[in-house]
Write a protein that binds this ligand. Structure first.
Ligand SMILES: NC(=O)c1ccc[n+]([C@@H]2O[C@H](COP(=O)([O-])OP(=O)(O)OC[C@H]3O[C@@H](n4cnc5c(N)ncnc54)[C@H](O)[C@@H]3O)[C@@H](O)[C@H]2O)c1
Ligand SMILES: O=C(O)C(=O)C[C@]1(C(=O)O)C=C[C@@H](O)C=C1
Length: 305
């Protein structure tokens, strides 16, 4: 148990904030945790769960806080900052958990008062659930949290925030905002769009009924439906704010899809086999690197005969 910040304020009390609160309590990382959410209902639930000391205004929640973390959808960050900027304590660290970094930095930076250290971050962990009841203390265990220091970020403030995320259970890495947004467009944003599309296609196909889709959904499609159940507001904001990188990856995706479509039409089995062999190696690389703790070790242990 090592206290890293005396007082931490969480703005927005959904999946990520509630998981952070539980993980900080588990590790004894903060003496006081305060919070604010826009809706009365969310504040009431957070109080009922005893997540943190909940205030009815954001300005009261951040009063005297040593660390303030913005845990709202990316599109709401600027409005929240306009509200709390003047109430931040000089010397405090301001951070966020937004899934996109360049747009958040552009939206938040103009409201950061002199003397407050802005250190953006993004924990690479989540679920399809949202709201304060969906949080759990182990969400960030063994996951990455990417810290995105801005130009002139105070080194001591960056290192203190990294210590907090490590105490929460995550591994930390640093990246610049443009690179972060491109990496996440590949590993998270475009895959979500593909899942949303595939579930939409199944829903639109009138020759296969919705009840058949539900009844016969095989593992691959089931995984798509989990991802496609993710919060619409959060994901709308991700695509509107990481436009350039997701459009680049979608362009490449479409080209590859057309090449596979042609291989199916022309019966080019060699192309399909080579392609699937290459992609299988990526999956094995992820498992070998210990990055998929939920996965059974498919393919490495020979299957029983
Ligand atoms: N869900 C994930 O998988 C995941 C993972 C990593 C990062 N993130 C990022 O974390 C942030 C929060 O995501 P979440 O999954 O916790 O969302 P969530 O929907 O569970 O919670 C969001 C919270 O923000 C509040 N809120 C919304 N607009 C607000 C406003 N204008 N003012 C004050 N409060 C407001 C909501 O009431 C809710 O309490 C997002 O920026 C998201 O991109 C999400
Ligand atoms: O597991 C999931 O449900 C997630 O989608 C989590 C996930 C991801 O794509 O990995 C989603 C968005 C984030 O910003 C970080 C993590």
């Amino acid at each position: 148990m090592t206290v890293i910040y005396n007082k931490v304020a969480l703005i927005g009390l959904g999946l990520i904030a509630s998981s952070m609160a539980l993980a900080m309590k588990r590790g004894g990382l903060a003496t006081t945790i305060t919070g604010y959410a826009r809706s009365q209902e969310t504040r009431d639930i957070a109080r009922e769960l005893n997540l943190c000391e909940v205030f009815d205004t954001a300005a009261e929640a951040v009063q005297d806080a040593d660390l303030v973390v913005l845990c709202v959808p990316v599109g709401a960050m600027a409005a929240v900052m306009a509200d709390i900027g003047p109430a931040l304590k000089p010397g405090a660290t301001l951070s966020d958990v937004g899934s996109v970094k360049k747009a958040v930095i552009e939206a938040v930076a103009p409201f950061v008062p002199e003397g407050v250290h802005f250190v953006p971050a993004h924990p690479l962990a989540g679920t399809e659930h949202s709201g304060p009841r969906s949080g759990f203390a182990t969400l960030f265990d063994n996951r990455w949290c990417i810290i995105v220091p801005t130009e002139g970020s105070d080194r001591a403030a960056v290192e203190q925030l990294e210590k907090l995320w490590q105490g929460i259970g995550a591994n930390t890495d640093e990246m610049d905002a443009d690179h972060h947004d491109l990496v996440l467009a590949v590993t998270s944003h475009t895959p979500h769009l593909i899942a949303y599309t595939m579930v939409g296609v199944a829903d639109d196909l009138s020759r296969v009924t919705d009840s058949e889709v539900i009844k016969y959904s095989a593992a691959g499609f089931r995984d798509f439906t989990r991802i496609a159940a993710s919060d619409p507001t959060m994901w709308r904001d991700v695509f509107l704010t990481n436009k350039e990188a997701t459009l680049e990856i979608l362009g490449r995706f479409t080209e590859e899809l057309f090449s596979l479509q042609r291989a199916i039409r022309t019966g080019d089995g060699e192309h399909l086999h080579d392609y699937f062999t290459r992609t299988r190696a990526i999956r094995r690389g992820i498992i070998d690197a210990g990055q998929d703790t939920d996965a059974p070790d498919f393919g490495r242990t020979p299957a029983p005969r």
